[in-house]
Design a protein around this ligand. Structure first.
Ligand code: ADP
Ligand code: MG
Length: 682
């Protein structure tokens, strides 16, 4: 029987070196490999006549070698090898660099297939470093070949060869995951044909048909699991009915500011959930600075005054500490006891906290991942809040919820996404939105500048710092390569430290640092001993440094708009006029339009819709920053029609067969169980 979980090392052509490279791509098993889908295809199937080929076009030509290979020394000890080939319409000059072995390989008078980019600028057809093989061999030419996403040091040829071997091994014996009646109804390819065609399509349109099947499968899997979670929360579980006698207004009236209408509306929704018997399972979306924390605090007040404990989990120690400070400031007056649990505290302190938590002396626990640990036990946990939900998964949410008996759960996120999409993607949650900022907010002035204005930008930063403010400088994150990323930041830091800002205290922060180092630097920035903080996007999440008034973003064109917006939200948190400077390169229309959106609006929802429109969801959702489920193949922008279709299908399926127990749905049930290791219980 076919074992899809077998290690890639057992595939023909994969030795230890290649195993390591495949692992780097996240490919460990046969299954990982065959679901490593191409990002594009090259049509090398039909030769084009040399005379008909167009400048810049990637083409296959079938031509005969009519000259000897000549060797031409070039600059820097490079050697160029040149060859002339001809078909019945004309000739072409082919060149390679430093590939001496080609001399004996390409024989005078032989006909080969050559695939490459045609250059016809000076009237002569040229091709540099074409792929070639003898006519009729059809290994890398004479067909449509897949182009895989990133490959590190594996060449496309090698990865293709490995893929071919893997598919031979699979030998059309994959188990079907979708019931026959669905394949038929939605006109989908069976899994074996689709797998073959998505890697090696016979015709270009084959891959579309194959892709549709996988998109359908992926999205249906997501919808079924989300919906079944949701119905589970709704129907089976009986939650806490918090008392109507405890009024949120008591704490609201003690705040130093008035809540916005949006905050009040959201609180009413939360209050309703808390008082009802059904456990709350709600997503709170709100732009950066819209005041979500205070909402959580008011809900916490209610939970505690009703006799329950509350926990709030934040993605970083800095954020947790920030929450701890603001909670304590307001809630201690009401005799509510808050504690902070982060990885860095002493063993003794930790034991003390755990003890008091268990016997109910602590009302509110604020912390990081540390609170997921097994020894963190509550006396009677009634309300769970997770901040910046995209850093945590469904699984973590579940772990903390299980520390209480069906506690109410509130998930907060500052990643605004269009409501229609939120409804689909967060199928397991009810949604509340804070769509209004507190009235005292000053608009952050945003300027997009191209490279030429660098010096003026630097002077502007100096001027702000001289006035006592602090600055952030952010560099883009190259997702695939943390090493390059760390390097580019380090280089920039050196330049800024040694030259540009040498009179100032400049420090740097990047993802390769240990959490402790990061926290230490953040702390120094918070207390003002660092003037300028250079970093990758690690500062993105909710950090509050009111004295920081300027944010410079390098290569802003490489960021998603939603992400730029998040970054910008790090400034303008205090009384000072704040600025965001987007340094960008390139002058395509899309780049300019995107920069304009950032200059024109501070509204996160508008920005996220524009982001979708201008980038397409491949990129929009590609970044982990977005907090949306990551898809192997589906693209939420292009595949919206399929998404809508599977959503109604999923609803219908679960209505008719809530546990997918009917024989015709057996494959689906198994598919979901295999896919979600935790076993999303149906
Ligand atoms: P976020 O939604 O990004 O988590 P926060 O809750 O951190 O926003 O709020 C940002 C700041 O605004 C905090 O200092 C908070 O005290 C303040 N704030 C919240 N609500 C209001 C309001 N209605 N009026 C004035 N200030 C507010
Ligand atoms: Mg926040």
């Amino acid at each position: 029987m076919l074992n899809l979980k077998q290690d890639v090392q057992f595939i023909k052509g994969v030795g230890p070196n290649r195993v390591a490279l495949l692992n780097k791509l996240g490919i460990f098993t046969l299954q990982d490999l065959i679901t490593y889908y191409p990002r594009d295809y090259e049509d090398r199937s039909k030769p084009v006549k040399i005379a008909d080929s167009m400048d810049g076009q990637e083409v296959l030509i079938s031509a005969t070698v009519v000259s000897k290979m000549t060797e031409i020394p070039t600059r820097r000890n490079m050697r160029m090898y040149r060859l002339i080939v001809r078909d019945d319409t004309g000739s072409a000059v082919l060149t390679w660099f430093n590939q001496k072995y080609l001399k004996d390989k390409l024989k005078l008078g032989q006909t080969y297939n050559f695939y490459g980019k045609i250059d016809k600028k000076d009237g002569t057809a040229r091709m540099n470093s074409p792929v070639f093989e003898e006519e009729g061999k059809n290994k890398n030419t004479g067909k449509i070949v897949p182009v895989y996403p990133s490959t590190y040091s594996l060449s496309q040829n090698i990865i293709r060869q490995i893929m071919e071997n893997a598919l031979k091994l699979v030998d059309n014996s994959l188990d079907e995951t979708l019931p026959d009646y669905l394949l038929e109804k939605y006109n989908l390819l069976d899994i074996n044909t689709a797998t073959r065609l998505i890697h090696f399509p016979n015709e270009l349109r084959d891959f579309q048909i194959a892709r549709k099947r996988f998109v359908f499968e992926e999205l249906l899997g997501m919808q079924l699991s989300l919906l079944s979670l949701k119905s589970k929360y709704k129907v089976e579980r009986c939650g806490i009915e918090f008392s109507k006698d405890v009024k949120m207004s008591d704490v609201i009236n003690s705040l130093p500011f008035r809540l916005t209408k949006a905050q009040l509306r959201v609180l009413e929704e939360i209050d309703g959930d808390m008082e009802s018997k059904k456990p709350m399972n709600r997503l709170l979306q709100g732009d950066v600075g819209s005041g979500k924390t205070v909402v959580a605090m008011i809900a916490a007040y209610k939970a505690v005054k009703c006799g329950y404990q509350m926990v709030i989990m934040a993605p970083t120690a800095i954020l947790a500490t920030q929450h701890f400070e603001s909670f304590t400031e307001i809630l201690s007056e009401f005799g509510i006891k808050c504690e902070l649990l982060v990885g860095a505290i002493s063993k003794k302190k930790k034991e003390d906290i755990l003890e008091k938590l268990k016997n109910g002396e602590i009302d509110i626990l604020i912390g990081t991942h540390a609170i997921l640990e097994e020894n963190v036990v509550f006396k009677n946990l009634g309300l769970v809040v997770t901040d910046e939900q995209h850093r945590f998964g469904v699984r973590q949410r579940k772990i903390i919820s299980q520390k209480g008996e069906n506690p109410d759960v509130l998930v907060m996120t500052a990643t605004p996404i269009p409501r229609t999409l939120a409804l689909i993607l967060y199928g397991d949650l009810d949604i509340s939105i804070i769509d209004e900022l507190p009235p005292n907010r000053k608009k952050i002035d945003t300027f997009a500048v191209s490279k030429g204005l660098e010096e003026r930008v630097n002077n502007f930063v100096k001027k702000q710092v001289d006035e006592g403010r602090q600055a952030y400088i952010v560099c883009p994150l190259v997702e695939e390569n943390e090493e390059i990323n760390a390097k580019s930041v380090t280089e920039l830091v050196e330049k800024y430290k040694q030259e540009v800002f040498k009179e100032y205290k400049v420090e740097c922060l990047h993802g390769k640092m240990r959490p402790k180092e990061k926290d230490a630097i953040m702390e120094e920035f918070k207390n003002g001993s660092i003037d300028i903080l250079i970093s990758t996007t690690v500062i993105e999440v909710g950090v509050n440094v009111p004295n920081a008034s300027i944010m410079v973003i390098e290569n802003a064109e490489r960021f998603g708009l939603a992400q730029l917006h998040q970054l910008r939200g790090r400034v303008g948190r205090g009384e000072y006029k704040s600025y965001c400077i987007l340094k960008y390169q390139g002058n395509s229309d899309v780049i300019r339009q995107r920069m304009r959106v950032m200059q024109d609006t501070n509204d996160g929802f508008i920005i996220s819709e524009k982001d979708l429109e201008l980038r397409g969801s491949g990129e929009f959702f590609g970044t982990k920053q977005h907090g949306l489920p990551e898809f192997k193949i589906a693209n939420l922008f292009e595949d919206m029609p399929i998404l809508k279709m599977v959503q109604s299908l999923a609803i219908q399926l679960l209505q008719e067969d809530s546990k997918l127990e009917k024989p015709e749905n057996e494959r689906l049930r198994k598919f979901l169980q295999d896919k979600f290791i935790d076993g999303i219980e149906l």
